[in-house]
Write a protein that binds this ligand. Structure first.
Ligand code: SAM
Length: 366
């Protein structure tokens, strides 16, 4: 029997060794992850991934170079890295084809939005993550401009960076607006306050949805300027939207009473827990007892897919290093704790379906 023990001991050692080899490989992937990221970005930008994708039967390095106008050397180093990262693979004829991962990088809208946001908005700033954590400030923001928070600079960002920021922001909120409208309009509100209304997408959607509703937007001056321009062009709604510039981090700022609905979509994640409590207290000060507060967020703990959770925890680091240095994507549990502390009761939790990753918390005064 001794041989059996010896054998199973050896197998165990092999298993442990294999696990260590796999772990070492994963550790190396992390060590070189910016190389993989930049490879994917560059292959998209130079049309190399598109060229490989279009040749379902496979394409050689030489032909891909000819088709894209990139040097053979350039295509070769990129494709070799992409193969190691399972973005492309070589077929039985030694020609390159895209894998499922390559397909998603190329054709999945959310992947592209995330990738360009990472590249254009976050990449250089991420170099300052350590300082941001140590100093509690968005030390990477200086790579984009000289502001205290990204929100002060949004309307004047260079065009391609602005596009990537807004594509990212709008991709996540726009997909949820149709479902959100049904929830918010169930009580037939006459006056909505859209706090952090940004470029006016919600104001437009809600005033088009209900020809009688009025919306007042609250935001920083740059965003209010853009929203006014966007909404001013739409005759059927422009007279039903009002604007108030406000910096809600200013301790003297106020949120007036008079709304049936206080709507905050992807807004409170721009603030620390203490700041969220202060904003909710500003609402509480003037809100009437029959009004409702709706908080729409992509909560970390309400996701069905690991890709979504991964995106959200990464987005938290965008807040750390670029946006403001002190906010994050929250769990619904954390948000409900702050809500309760600020004197509100969460009376419903609406989970949006379909392509959406959002939850709407419905609150009323305690
Ligand atoms: C992530 S965007 C969300 C926009 C929109 N509600 C949506 O769902 O797409 C956050 C908005 O909050 C605004 N914001 C950030 N800090 C603010 C502050 N201190 N005072 C007022 N608005 C602020 C930003 O300007 C921006 O328009």
């Amino acid at each position: 029997m001794q041989w059996l023990f010896d054998c199973s001991g050896a197998q165990n050692e092999i298993r442990i060794f294999m696990k260590a080899v796999e772990a070492l490989y994963e550790a190396h992937k992390i060590a070189f992850s910016p190389f993989v990221f930049e490879t994917a970005y560059t292959m998209l930008e130079l049309g190399i991934l598109e060229s490989i994708y279009n040749h379902r039967e496979g394409i050689s390095i030489e032909n891909c170079a000819q088709e894209t106008g990139v040097s053979e050397y350039g295509v070769r180093v990129l494709v070799e890295m992409a193969e190691a990262a399972s973005i492309v693979e070589s077929n039985a004829d030694g020609l390159y084809v895209t894998t499922k991962i390559g397909h998603f990088l190329l054709r999945d809208e959310m992947t592209r939005v995330n990738l360009y946001f990472t590249h254009d908005v976050c990449y250089k700033g991420l170099f300052h993550l350590k300082e941001s954590i140590v100093n509690g400030k968005p030390e990477g923001l200086k790579e984009l401009g000289d502001w205290n928070t990204i929100y002060e600079g949004l309307s004047v960002l260079p065009e391609h960076i602005k596009k990537s920021w807004f594509d990212f922001d709008h991709h996540y909120s726009d997909n949820s607006f149709n479902d959100a409208l049904k929830i918010i309009f169930k009580d037939e509100p006459k006056q909505i306050y859209d706090i952090g209304g940004n470029t006016g997408k919600w104001a437009i959607a809600s005033t088009k949805h209900d020809p009688d509703v009025r919306v007042k937007m609250f935001d920083l001056p740059g965003q209010i300027g853009v929203a006014k321009e966007n909404i001013g062009k739409i005759d059927e709604i422009k007279d039903r939207v009002e604007y108030q510039t406000v910096n809600l981090l200013d301790p003297s700022s106020e949120i007036p009473g008079g709304a049936d609905v206080y709507w905050m979509s992807q807004f409170l994640d721009c603030f620390s827990e203490e700041e969220i409590e202060q904003i909710l207290l500003k609402i509480r000060k003037n809100i009437s007892k029959d009004s409702r507060v709706y908080i729409m967020e992509t909560f970390i703990d309400n996701q069905r897919f690991p890709a979504a959770t991964h995106s959200l925890v990464a987005t938290s680091l965008y807040f750390t290093v670029i946006a403001n240095g002190n906010s994050k994507m929250y769990t619904s549990t954390a948000m409900k704790y702050i809500v309760d502390k600020a004197g509100f009761e969460c009376i419903d939790e609406h989970h949006l379906h379909g392509d959406s990753f959002h939850t709407i918390l419905e609150l009323k005064l305690k």
